[in-house]
Structures are given as C-alpha cells and as structure tokens.
Design a binder for this molecule. Structure first.
Ligand code: FE2
Ligand code: FE2
Length: 295
C-alpha cells in the first residue's frame, strides 16, 4: 500500500501526489499507449481559475491527456458560471464543462446555455429547464465520448431520480457512444457508491463531484467501470470547501447567516486521470492527481 505525505509543502513548490490504484490487478501505464481522460474537480472562483490556467497545461502535457472535463459550477465567485469564464475554460483545453446544484446561481447562464453544447447541467432537472444534461463529443481518433451530468437527491434538491435518468439516457444513446463518462454531482457517499455499482459495466466511468474533498477510494469495479466518490476541488487550498475559514467557522458558532467569500492564499488542483485501453476502450487505471501550490 502506497502512502505519500506532502503536507505542508515547501514554499513556491508545486506538490504533486500521484497515487496509482490497485485496480483489481489492472496495469497502470503512465506513459503507455492509452487514451487518457482527465476529470477536474469543482473549479472554485478566481483561485480555482488561476489553478486551472497555471496547472492544467502542465498536467495535460505531462500525462499526454487526450480529453478534459471539468466541473465549473463554482467558477464565477463560487456561484455558477458566466459566458466569459466558459470561453476561458474552453480555450484552456477543457472540452466539456459540467455543473451541479449551483448551476443557476449566476443568471447569465440562462442567456447562453442553450447555445453551448459543451456546457452541461444535471440531466435530472425538470424537463423545461434550459440547457442539456448530456451530449456526445468527438474525441481523439474519432472516438465518440458521451458525457452525462446528473445530480444526487440526498441533502440536495428533490430532482428526478438520478438512477432512472441515467438509465433513460443510456437507452437514448445506445450504440451512439464508444465511451460514457458520468459526473455524478452528489452529497452522500452512499448515493454516489450506489450509482457507481448501479452503472458498473454499463458506463466507462462514474466521477463523483460536489463535496470538494478528494476521496481515496478510486477503483475499477468488477464489471469494468472506473469510479471515485469525489474528484475534489480546484481552488483555494487553505479554505473550507473554497470559502474563507473564518466565515464558515463563524456561521457554525453563531448559527446565523453571514457572508461566504472565496478564500485567498495557496491554491490546489484536484483531478482524476483515467486511462483506457486503446482497443477495448475499457479503463485500465484510475489515478488521483492533487497539485498544491504555496502562494
Ligand atoms: Fe461545488
Ligand atoms: Fe455542488
């Protein structure tokens, strides 16, 4: 069992944690001829955008990443996303942006989500909501990559059943996608694990998002689906889920609402690297990536 300890990092150094999974005996290539997909955890505010701008090109180059997805639900000051930031992400090489419970926080999204197929919101919102919850994208070598964004219901809004929503989508895209990636944006670990096992063998990967803390349970499930409960958060490292620690502590102590502002200081990028066999397009490894930069 590997364990790497990097806390606290030296000043002005990029700290990289790369943990290779056991993966039920599958090989982890790192540098082999595999298709590589990067899923970036919730990008939070200006610090998260800086982390993405500074670190994504390095990660893409280092691992030879072929396709990048990022959760952008907190990209605009922690609350939603706007056109400018969407364009910024797409320019940086993020092919698909997924969202979550904060999708409607910045109302500007209403003006462009219907015209931007690379921006997804949870598919299980009511039918008359704008935007789309899944799409199929043309990846490298003509691979058809379906990305599905869906939200959990435990401790979150009472949306349509996420399990049946994915069933419905899988039926609709049958034979139309070579790779199927699911961003399951959910709070409860149990709901996320249930989704992973429910979809095992039916999709390529289930990436959990929303809790902003990277979990150490990445695995390739018995029927071949890669899974992690939470990819983590890209944003201020010295924070509580991206927010100034003093403000969150005050809320707990006083039980009163107060300002929630994005924290400053050191930044981090959390992501997961998925490697697929070039022929079968089945996952051969899933690895956590955590870059932390002392400001
Ligand atoms: Fe988030
Ligand atoms: Fe969220």
């Amino acid at each position: 069992m590997r364990s790497l300890f990097f806390l606290p990092p030296p000043k002005n150094k990029v700290v990289v944690i790369k943990l290779k999974s056991g993966n039920n005996g599958a090989n982890n290539s790192f540098g082999g001829n595999y298709m590589k997909i990067l899923m970036v955890g919730d990008i939070v505010g200006r610090p998260g955008r800086k982390a993405a701008a500074d670190l994504l090109p390095l990660i893409i180059q280092e691992h030879g990443v072929d396709f990048v997805i990022a959760n952008g639900e907190n990209a605009a000051g922690g609350r939603g996303i706007n056109r400018e930031i969407t364009d910024e992400f797409l320019r940086q090489g993020i092919e698909v942006i997924t969202m979550g419970n904060h999708v409607w926080d910045n109302r500007e999204i209403l003006s462009f989500i219907d015209q931007e197929p690379r921006l997804l919101r949870p598919a299980n919102y009511p039918d008359d909501c704008p935007g789309q919850g899944y799409n199929i994208f043309h990846g490298p070598a003509g691979r058809r990559i379906a990305v599905i964004n869906v939200s959990g219901r435990v401790f979150l809004a009472n949306l349509d059943c996420p399990f049946r929503t994915v069933d419905y989508i899988l039926k609709r895209i049958e034979n139309q996608a070579d790779i199927v990636l699911v961003d399951f944006h959910a709070e409860a670990t149990s709901e996320k694990q249930a989704m992973g096992w429910y979809l095992d063998g039916r999709v390529t990967a289930v990436f959990g998002t929303h809790t902003h803390v990277q979990t150490a349970d990445e695995i390739i499930l018995p029927a071949g689906t890669a899974y992690i409960t939470d990819v983590g958060m890209t944003g201020p490292w010295h924070s509580i889920l991206g927010v100034k620690t003093s403000q969150v502590i005050k809320r707990f102590l006083t039980q009163r609402p107060g300002p929630f502002e994005i924290a400053a200081g050191p930044i981090q990028l959390n992501a997961v690297l998925l490697e697929l066999d070039d022929t079968t397009l089945k996952p051969v490894s899933i690895s956590r990536i955590m870059h932390r930069v002392e400001a």
